[in-house]
Ligand binder design. Structure first.
Ligand SMILES: C=CC1=C(C)c2cc3[nH]c(cc4nc(cc5[nH]c(cc1n2)c(C)c5CCC(=O)O)C(CCC(=O)O)=C4C)c(C)c3C=C
Ligand SMILES: [Fe+2]
Ligand SMILES: [Fe+2]
Length: 348
């Protein structure tokens, strides 16, 4: 890529605790769940709920879950994001850094590292590693980076890569990662996305009258779609299924990782894993496209917990398809997405 400006890139992911010790998991959960875009209730109620109920009960359980997936190098999410950074660096003549929304490395550290490496830094390209727009993932990552940028008084420009849920190269990389699994005999493939509360979908609807209100809302054109997580996840599933030529009856979309009692997007993955064997589905594939890097929610919740649910309910075979992680087609897609954004900026 031509370097006519002093630039740097930041890849941003969600983040993990510093270790599997309960104290570190507690600290991480507190920072994560105190985010008003994740638990969107008034500050005092949120602080009470998180500090008195959710964190005390959840931290030991989450710590145990992290222990089942932790590697010698640390959290899979962090290790894989660092590996993506290393795979991307040779494609750019500007530094590529990593920042996490929660925990380490912080956005401040990533910005400061770029400033050290590029004297007179003019622009930072922010690449949130989320294919879909959700208030609790993409939006909070971008707003937080903007807030730090403003508070620090940085002079360089911040350019953000938009959600890429329907990008041709991303869809191709995802489809190719699934293909070897669908070439073997299977009864069904589940596209399991991280869930969000329905309330977040209503809140994100800029028209105020479309999402979850109009029949088949996600397939009816609307100005709400650029901010609608549900619409964007359906689009990803449908484009991948089309590219792979999967018959409709073999494809299903579900939502995982529900927290609390409010209604979240449905159907819930765990409930479907329990029901599917009774409907005659014995050989199941599961892919989790909301996650770019394998993490607690794919390696523990889906690959370990989900498998146990399905097999105990009478399923016979269950395979979790890895996330894109550092697949060469995905690395190529990231390079193209960044180049595309540069062309748009230049043309304006
Ligand atoms: C209200 C709670 C949560 C919302 C909303 C939410 C949305 C959301 N999350 C991701 C991506 C990830 N979440 C991960 C872990 C995780 N998520 C929640 C809660 C909400 N997420 C919790 C409490 C946790 C921590 C672990 C646990 O106790 O279960 C992870 C994995 C992190 C890791 O270290 O591996 C990811 C990634 C998205 C994309 C999203 C909205 C679309
Ligand atoms: Fe989450
Ligand atoms: Fe919608």
């Amino acid at each position: 890529m031509q370097q006519d400006k002093k630039r740097g890139i930041i890849l941003m992911n969600l983040g993990s605790p510093d270790s599997t010790q309960v104290k570190d998991v507690r600290k991480y959960l507190r920072q994560f769940l105190m985010d008003e875009r994740v638990i969107d209730i008034p500050f005092l109620s949120r602080a009470l709920l998180i500090n008195c109920i959710i964190v005390p009960f959840r931290a030991p359980k989450s710590a145990h879950a992290y222990q089942t997936i932790w590697t010698d190098e640390g959290s899979p999410l962090i290790v894989l994001t660092n590996q993506l950074q290393a795979a991307l660096q040779p494609h750019f003549n500007m530094p590529v850094e990593v920042a996490m929304r929660y925990g380490n490395p912080t956005p401040e550290a990533a910005y400061e590292s770029l400033l050290k490496q590029v004297p007179g830094l003019e622009e930072v390209i922010l690449f949130p590693l989320y294919p879909h727009y959700a208030m609790s993932s993409y939006e909070t990552a971008v707003r937080y980076m903007e807030e730090v940028h403003r508070k620090k008084g940085y002079k360089f420009k911040l350019t953000t890569i938009p959600p890429f849920y329907n990008d041709e190269q991303y869809i191709h990389a995802l489809a190719e990662s699934i293909k070897p699994y669908t070439e073997q005999p299977f009864d069904k493939i589940i596209f399991s996305y991280h869930g969000v509360p329905e309330r977040h979908i209503y809140k994100g609807d800029i028209t105020g009258k479309h999402c979850l209100k109009v029949a088949d809302c996600c397939h009816v054109p609307s100005a709400a779609h650029p901010f609608c997580y549900r619409h964007q996840t359906f689009t990803t599933t449908e484009l991948v299924a089309k590219e792979l030529g999967l018959p409709a009856e073999k494809v299903e979309q579900t939502f995982q990782s529900r927290l609390g009692r409010d209604p979240w997007l449905q159907p819930y993955t765990a409930a479907r894993l329990e029901q599917l064997p009774k409907e005659g589905v014995k050989r199941l594939l599961v892919v989790c496209p909301a996650f770019i890097s394998d993490c607690l929610e794919t390696l523990e919740e889906i690959a370990i917990g989900g498998k146990a649910i399905f097999l105990n309910a009478g399923g016979e075979s269950y395979e979790t398809i890895p996330c894109l992680n550092i697949s060469p087609l995905w690395v190529n897609a990231v390079v193209k997405l960044i180049e595309k954004e540069e062309e748009i900026v230049k043309a304006v």
